[in-house]
Design a protein around this ligand. Structure first.
Ligand SMILES: Cc1cc2nc3c(=O)[nH]c(=O)nc-3n(C[C@H](O)[C@H](O)[C@H](O)COP(=O)(O)OP(=O)(O)OC[C@H]3O[C@@H](n4cnc5c(N)ncnc54)[C@H](O)[C@@H]3O)c2cc1C
Length: 545
């Protein structure tokens, strides 16, 4: 490239990051193997190669630069409720579905199948976050749908198909299906008991739904789990967009949300007008049924936090290793090294816990009750904390690029805008934290399972040992107002215990000292004097670009 332009020479700008393999990530590979997915690493590497290619990054850019558009009516005034996407969206969806990110573990009996899928989701998500929403919801609908075995036997094979088959046609005539969830109404999202959408039973066993939903993402999906008030109370329904006879169901898209981020993905305001739907589970048990879906999407929120952090430090490292200021490469300046190490530490802790929870999910769905109990509390706490951490992490990583990081072309603004979302949906911060208290109170075995897990790391780090003891001492008499404090403590101690067991001492010592020992400031870049910054940064792997 000619660096001379008419007025000056361009220098000290980093080279393009180029093609790289996102799965060249020692933390990912070790964690996925530990949790039982060593057999899937070739597939993970293949998805990682695609995710790190310039071509796919360009799809991600275009899908966000040209967000979806709603066409409510055709030229004659008939409702069509179509959402149009840039072709790049379809390219991204095609790869994700072909890779089985949307459902593969449910038809794969190999131990570790959910971990394998988590590893693929983690690497592929770095290409583009928005399309991961329908991918995640399709993955998550299956356990909830199994509450209606008749519906599951018809729809599950199509939800698990590796064919991406967009377009509005009767679901059972398509090669593959995508799913969504429709719970939140204007008057309440966290408290879905406030839902007013009505479900009236018909003589043939179906129901007719009338009402609205204030948020329904991925509205171009084929089927949705919808909450509505039936005679027996709040209930869960499967609702198709197109009826078996080919006519449109009474599901009208009013508007698409003009969102802060996640712009490639459509999120609609919906009205249901006498829409046909089938009951899933029993009347009055809608929350218990749909929570099975939410419990899976919460795992994806945690994985997405790890993905977002990984992508952010990849760009921060690339930039600072190629840019100099005051006569020295930025990454070699002691204070920048402290920032980079601190960001890397946070990512490794988040990725480690995300894969441990994927492993617990895998074992829980195979009937392991101890792992299910551990997952219940560990996931609630981590959904709160990891998702909460992502925004600050994205902001700091963006700043490593200076002004360049504030400019869209760097990709950093997209990561930054995406970050708060995973903390809002699937249980906003307070709701996730309160869920930790609920798990402790209603399912006390979850506390024992959690303590057994962190107990595996005891005796190796005095700061961690002390923190665990203090946590145990603090558990009696917790009040609602303490929920964030205790959720954070559960989450950070779990992260620390995993690093003590599986990461080099340079990593675990710095994490315990800074996150549990109060030897840290309020911002990134405040690791204590003894921290081995180089060894921590090295965990992020070789230079890309
Ligand atoms: C981009 C996007 C896509 C979405 N897609 C979907 C979708 O596909 N389907 C769907 O159903 N919904 C979807 N949602 C909605 C989302 O799930 C809700 O916004 C979320 O659950 C919060 O509900 P709410 O907005 O009604 O806020 P509220 O429930 O009003 O909560 C507002 C605030 O109060 C806090 N709060 C609530 N209860 C308590 C309490 N007891 N104590 C203390 N604090 C509390 C919450 O944590 C939050 O901070 C989407 C949202 C966004 C932003």
């Amino acid at each position: 490239m000619n660096s001379r332009v008419t007025t000056h020479e361009v220098f000290n700008q980093p080279p393009p990051i180029g093609d790289f393999n996102v799965a060249d990530d020692q933390v990912l590979l070790a964690a996925a193997s530990r949790e039982g997915a060593g057999w899937a690493l070739d597939e993970v590497r293949e998805i990682g190669r695609l995710a790190g290619s310039e071509q796919v990054r360009e799809w991600g850019r275009l899908a966000n630069e040209y967000p979806p558009r709603l066409r409510t009516h055709d030229r004659f005034g008939y409702r069509i409720d179509e959402v149009e996407f840039h072709p790049s969206w379809d390219e991204l969806m095609t790869v994700a579905v072909a890779g089985g990110l949307h459902a593969s573990p449910w038809s794969d009996s190999r131990p570790g199948a959910h971990v394998a899928r988590a590893a693929k989701f983690y690497v592929w998500g770095s290409a583009e976050a928005g399309h991961c929403c329908p991918i995640s919801m399709t993955y998550a609908i299956i356990p909830a749908l199994r509450n209606a075995p008749g519906l599951a036997s018809q729809y599950e094979p199509l939800l698990e198909s590796r064919d991406y088959d967009p377009g509005l046609r009767p679901p059972l005539t398509k090669r593959g299906l995508l799913a969504g969830m429709s719970m939140t109404e204007k008057q309440g999202g966290s408290d879905v008991r406030a839902n007013t959408t009505r479900a009236v039973p018909s003589a043939d066993g179906t129901y007719r739904l009338t009402g609205h939903k204030w948020f329904t993402s991925a509205p171009m999906g084929d089927v949705f789990l919808v909450l509505a008030q039936a005679p027996g109370g709040l209930s869960c329904f499967l609702l198709p967009r197109v009826l078996p006879d080919g006519t449109r169901n009474g599901m009208h898209l009013q508007r698409l949300k003009d969102k802060l981020g996640n712009r490639s993905n459509a999120s609609a305001e919906v009205e249901y007008d006498d829409a046909l739907a089938w009951l899933v589970g029993e009347e009055g048990r809608g929350i218990q049924v749909i929570i099975e879906m939410v419990n899976i999407t919460r795992l994806d929120c945690v994985l997405a936090a790890a993905t977002g952090m990984r992508a952010a430090i990849t760009h921060a490292l690339h930039h600072t290793r190629h840019r100099s200021a005051f006569g020295k490469v930025l990454a070699q300046q002691p204070l920048m090294a402290n920032v980079l190490a601190d960001l890397t530490l946070e990512w490794e802790a988040t990725a480690s816990v995300a894969f441990r929870l994927a492993g617990a999910t895998d074992q829980a769905v195979r009937g392991n009750t101890d792992e299910a109990a551990f997952r219940r509390l560990g996931l609630a706490a981590t959904k709160y904390w990891a998702c909460k951490q992502l925004s600050g992490h994205a902001a700091e990583a963006l700043e490593c690029l200076g002004g360049n990081g504030y400019v869209e072309e760097s990709g950093m603004p997209r990561l930054y805008r995406e970050a708060p979302l995973i903390s809002i949906w699937e249980g906003s911060g307070n709701v996730a934290a309160l869920d930790v208290l609920r798990a402790m109170l209603r399912e006390p075995s979850t506390v024992g399972a959690y303590l057994s897990e962190v107990g595996l790391a005891m005796g190796a780090n005095r700061v961690l040992d002390k923190a665990v003891q203090e946590l145990k001492d603090s558990l009696a008499g917790l009040a609602e107002r303490d929920a964030r404090r205790v959720a954070e403590r559960f989450a950070v101690i779990l992260q620390a215990s995993l690093l003590v067991r599986h990461a080099p001492a340079a990593v675990s010592d710095a994490f315990c000292a800074s996150r549990l020992g109060d030897d840290h400031g309020g911002a990134y870049g405040t690791l204590p004097g003894g921290a081995d910054l180089e060894a921590i940064i090295e965990r992020a792997g070789p230079e890309v670009g």
